[in-house]
Design a protein around this ligand. Structure first.
Ligand SMILES: NC(=O)c1ccc[n+]([C@@H]2O[C@H](COP(=O)([O-])OP(=O)(O)OC[C@H]3O[C@@H](n4cnc5c(N)ncnc54)[C@H](O)[C@@H]3O)[C@@H](O)[C@H]2O)c1
Ligand SMILES: [Zn+2]
Length: 406
């Protein structure tokens, strides 16, 4: 494609409003009431009910005189059926605003309900990008994991059981009206969910920071494309997120009650969400989508397992960025060559992965060797994400990465 047809610009968007910090949820009732909204549907799951988090949020809402209903049928890595159940409860209650409360799974259910309330139809009608025809019902996202960044992102991810792949619905209309990030809500997050979602945040930041540059992105200026590629504002956010993960993730897993570490990871996840949802996620995510759907590994654990292998694949095309990542993750790179520093980034991510208990082999999460070609094919078909990788992979190169990770 001639250079003139490519993009010379980038875009940036986030949640319309962001409240961050311990006890930021205390403002929630007033914020909603001040908009004239009365009926609030909280979309959550039974673990959040058992942890007392759902009742805490309900209490804050009721104190402001709001009429609250709770759907607690969310589940991790939700499928289309679960999305339909959440929507059915919205149809029955007819809320003015939807509140997604939980990890990325519940936030994404709230977003999908927001689409269906505004535009009807079924979830599958909106899979892919730019298929949501206009603004959705108001959605507020309150994360209880520090990971996905869905509270600021433009996507909702569901598991498509029939086609055996996870699918994103991408639209700028999916940026929440309000994100309330209260790190205290992550204190009860179990170590495994803490580790998995935390390394997902690191993956978001690394994929954004090492993506194809926005000036090289193979997308014509007028083409609706959900990501801009690597760009300066994304770099700032991603670099800070990487440093925060380096400082806090391991502590969150091993000392779950440490609020300063929970605050650090909550900020990391939100910054990484802002970075990836404007710049890119790429080959790590593309490989995880079919694997996660087939063997039911969590999104974060699948990404964390694959991350160092994909970093190795991208290393030569992004050595300066990987060298910076190593430094941000605490490696003293001063006396190293650029290539050695870049390699150190792969090693430090590998070490972090093992310290937080994420498996390092696909065979250990239930993948069999004969599945690898299918995964490579399905990932290769996610062209949107392939285009964002610094190297454009062939299907056989994807298979090579999977074999290395097997
Ligand atoms: N929309 C996006 O931008 C985006 C980005 C990345 C990932 N995702 C999606 O998000 C999902 C993963 O989300 P996740 O990693 O946050 O995990 P999750 O939402 O699946 O939660 C994992 C488990 O932890 C429990 N849990 C969460 N917070 C808790 C808390 N504070 N106390 C007690 N239990 C708690 C949940 O009940 C659940 O059983 C996947 O479906 C993934 O594809 C979406
Ligand atoms: Zn992710």
């Amino acid at each position: 494609m001639p250079r003139g047809d490519m993009r010379t610009f980038w875009n940036f968007a986030s949640a319309d409003n962001l409240a961050f910090g311990s006890d930021s949820t205390l403002q929630l009732g007033r914020w909603i009431a001040s908009r004239g909204w009365q009926r609030v549907l909280v979309i959550t799951d039974r673990n959040l009910v058992a942890a007392g988090i759902s009742s805490r949020i309900e209490g804050i809402l009721r104190e402001s005189g709001l009429n609250v209903s709770v759907f607690d049928g969310g589940r991790h890595e939700p499928d289309i059926r679960t999305a339909n159940l959440a929507f059915a409860s919205a149809q029955a209650f007819l809320p003015d605003v939807l509140v997604g409360l939980g990890g990325g799974s519940n936030l994404d259910l709230a977003k999908m309900s927001g689409i269906l309330m505004a535009h009807g139809g079924k979830p599958e009608d909106y899979f892919g990008h730019e298929r949501v025809p206009g603004p959705v019902a108001p959605v507020i996202c309150i994360p209880t994991t520090a990971g996905t960044g869905s509270e600021v992102s433009h996507s909702s991810v569901l598991t498509d059981e029939i086609n055996g792949v996870k699918v994103s619905t991408l639209s700028q209309f999916l940026r929440p009206t309000l994100a309330v990030v209260d790190p205290k809500l992550t204190l009860t997050c179990p170590p495994k969910a803490t580790a998995d979602s935390g390394i997902d945040a690191l993956t978001h930041a690394i994929e954004a920071f090492t993506a194809i540059d926005h000036r090289q992105l193979d997308a014509a200026p007028g083409e609706p494309f959900p990501y801009s590629g690597k760009m300066p504002l994304g770099d700032l956010l991603a670099e800070e997120a990487i440093a925060l993960v380096g400082k806090h993730l391991e502590h969150c897993v091993h000392q779950p009650e440490s609020l300063p570490d929970r605050e650090g990871m909550a900020l990391a996840a939100t910054l990484a969400g802002m970075a990836f949802s404007n710049c890119a996620v790429a080959v790590v995510h593309a490989l995880e989508y079919p694997i996660g759907a087939a063997v039911h590994v969590s999104h974060g654990a699948g990404n964390g397992l694959l991350l160092p292998y994909v970093m190795e694949y991208n290393l030569a095309s992004r050595a300066p960025q990987f060298a910076k990542i190593a430094a941000r993750l605490g490696v003293d790179t001063g006396s190293m060559s650029e290539m050695d520093a870049a390699m150190a980034a792969v090693n430090v991510v590998r070490r972090l992965r093992s310290r937080i208990g994420i498996p390092d082999r696909l065979r250990d999460i239930g993948v069999s060797a004969d599945q690898l070609p299918v995964f490579a094919k399905k990932s290769f078909e996610i062209k949107r994400l392939m285009r964002l990788n610094p190297r454009l992979p062939t299907e056989s190169e994807l298979l090579g990465i999977l074999k290395a990770a097997f």
